[in-house]
Design a protein around this ligand. Structure first.
Ligand SMILES: [Zn+2]
Length: 86
C-alpha cells in the first residue's frame, strides 16, 4: 500500500515550486495538551525565496512596531486609570 503522505510535497504559494523542508521543531507548552509542530520551508526557487525573506523581515518589523504601539497604549491606559482614580 502506497502512503499518500510521503508523496506529498508542499508547494510555494508564490511561484508553485516545490518547497524544501529546512527545519522541523516540536514544542510542548505547559498550557497546551498537544505539542506544537513548527515547520520551516524554503522555496526551491532562489529568487522567489529572496522575495519571501524580504516579506518575512518586513512582517517581523511591522509586528514589532505593532507590539510596541500596543504596549504604549496599555501603558497610557494604566496611567490614565491611575489619574482618574486619584
Ligand atoms: Zn516560490
Amino acid at each position: 500500500m502506497k502512503s499518500k503522505h510521503s508523496l506529498y510535497a508542499p508547494k510555494c504559494n508564490q511561484c508553485d515550486s516545490d518547497l524544501i523542508l529546512v527545519k522541523e521543531s516540536i514544542e510542548i507548552l505547559p498550557d497546551f495538551l498537544t505539542p506544537i509542530t513548527t515547520t520551516t520551508y524554503r522555496c526551491s526557487d532562489k529568487s522567489c525565496q529572496k522575495s519571501i525573506d524580504k516579506k518575512t523581515s518586513e512582517r517581523i518589523q511591522l509586528q514589532l512596531e505593532q507590539d510596541t504601539a500596543k504596549r504604549d497604549r496599555i501603558k497610557k491606559k494604566t496611567d490614565y486609570k491611575k489619574i482618574s482614580l486619584h
